[in-house]
Design a protein around this ligand. Sequence first.
Ligand SMILES: [Zn+2]
Length: 231
Amino acid sequence: VNERPLSGATSAATVRERVVVPAREGRGLLVSAGSRFRIVDLEGQQAGDLFAFNAHDVSEYASAAHTRVYARTAEEARHCRLFPAVGGVFVTNRREPILHFEEDRSPGQHDMLVPACDAKRYELLGFPGHDSCAENLAHVMAEFGHQSFDLPQPINLFCNFPVHPDGTFTQEILETKPGDFASFRAEMDTLVVLSACPHDVLPVYGPLGPTSMAIEVLEGESAGPTESEQT
Ligand SMILES: [Zn+2]
């Protein structure tokens, strides 16, 4: 919908730093304001629970719920989005922009309705003791020195969870291909955490099951509209 010329430039960008997120695990990375990064689905049909915290105050974090209704005018407030789209911003629980969605080289299916999987989720499904995105996040936050933090509602990249006219939604098989990615620009110094979701109870991750992903920080600063407004 909001294809901008920048999209082509972004995909050609050089990767400055790459963190592989092994299947079923989580990894984190500090990204400075104005820097760009992308989340890559290395083998296809894998969901990534993306968390983004204010690097200087982790009580502020990207919130799917606040992003759904983010508006700067009364007119904008009449048109909300259930799911993110290129050109949009993700805001924090304090309604401050934290990520700008720059480019989407995937089927464009992402979810902002479903919380991170956790131990209780799997217990209810009959799999007590199963790995979870909530645990992965806790491990990464501890590595970065944060023992206490809220569990945000994540941005569920590459999830194919369509909403139907009767108000229900379904969890369908993901449609990403190997190497598909989504790119973002950090709007503040951000601790980015990605969990390669270990869910293997529903067959949504295709025949391979949970697979690995990557966080790639890209060379150069973006010339996106939000940043030019600020400078
Ligand atoms: Zn998960």
